[in-house]
Design a protein around this ligand. Structure first.
Ligand SMILES: [Fe+2]
Length: 294
């Protein structure tokens, strides 16, 4: 299918903003009674107590049930560092296949080493139901979808185009926020610039849905924009910003950023497709904190 052909499908998109992690979960569908995909779900996690809750995921389940949607896909744009995925919980209650970009194996290899994970953990992506390749086409019921590899924030990031809607993952943020950081293991600002330009080469009216919003100056939370708006006014990558200018800005800015609060629990659970680590002999699962390693 050509870029223009995708624009004829105009799916409905419901966004669920999680104020604790600034993350947006999406349900994309063709209307009540149709098939749907869930993109980037959130399992609530309190780092102080180590306790999980399903308040955010239950809102998504409520929406899916109210609209009589059939979940075909539970999609991840990448192994998130700022929230835990609720994919296994959603799959248990709603069905669907858990999918991520096939380069996740590179991220799994790095973090298997960092966390010294058990030998049984295979960095081969087998924890996910489906590994998706760049440009792979798939269907969500009648909706046409495809994968776009958009590395840079991590080496395994993908965006999902569903009709005229693109779920950009951690590439672009809203125009007044800019772009995602590139300083995690395997991240690269040159690569992110190329990925962002790939998204911005789509037709101007293409709808873009952000993975996060960090609203500045009391602006209300927002997470939908267009290619045209991003090209005109994204503070980091509007038309005219060169790759060299972007890389210089991004590198300087990344040097000032703290690690996300949940990076250590989030990454070691998300590379397991959202499953908790294996329980120890006492029946409890633990997350590890590597000292002076990250
Ligand atoms: Fe991320």
């Amino acid at each position: 299918m050509t870029d223009a052909a995708f624009l004829t499908d105009k799916p409905q998109v419901e966004g669920f903003f999680d104020p604790a992690t600034w993350t947006v979960t999406y349900v994309v569908h063709k209307g009540p009674g149709s098939a749907c995909a869930i993109v980037d779900s959130v399992l609530d996690y309190d780092p102080k107590s180590g306790r999980t809750r399903t308040t955010s995921a239950d809102k998504v389940i409520g929406f899916v049930k109210t609209n009589r949607l059939t979940v075909e896909w539970i999609l991840e744009t990448h192994a998130h560092a700022d929230h835990l995925s609720a994919a296994p919980y959603l799959k248990k209650h709603l069905g669907g296949l858990i999918a991520i970009g096939d380069q996740i194996t590179r991220v799994q290899k790095v973090f298997k080493g960092l966390f010294n994970l058990e030998p049984e953990f295979k960095p081969d992506g087998s924890q996910f139901d489906v590994l998706l390749k760049d440009e792979q086409a798939f269907r969500i019921g009648e909706l046409h979808a495809r994968v776009m590899a958009v590395p840079g924030h991590t080496p395994a990031c993908v965006a999902y185009q569903v009709g005229d809607a693109v779920f950009v993952g951690d590439t672009l943020f809203m125009p007044d926020v800019g772009t995602a950081r590139c300083d995690f293991p395997g991240g690269d600002a040159h690569t992110l610039y190329a990925s962002v330009r790939k998204i911005l080469d789509l037709p101007p009216q293409t709808r873009l849905f952000m993975c996060h919003d960090y609203p500045p100056n009391d602006r209300p939370v927002a997470f939908e924009t267009t290619v045209a708006e991003q090209r005109a006014s994204n503070i980091h990558v509007h038309d005219g910003v060169s790759q060299a200018q972007f890389v210089e800005m991004r590198t300087k800015r990344d040097a000032t950023l703290d690690m996300p609060v949940l990076i250590l629990p989030a990454v070691q659970i998300n590379i397991r497709a959202g499953e908790m680590p294996p329980q120890e002999q006492n029946g409890t699962a633990y997350v590890k904190i590597p000292i002076n390693a990250l």
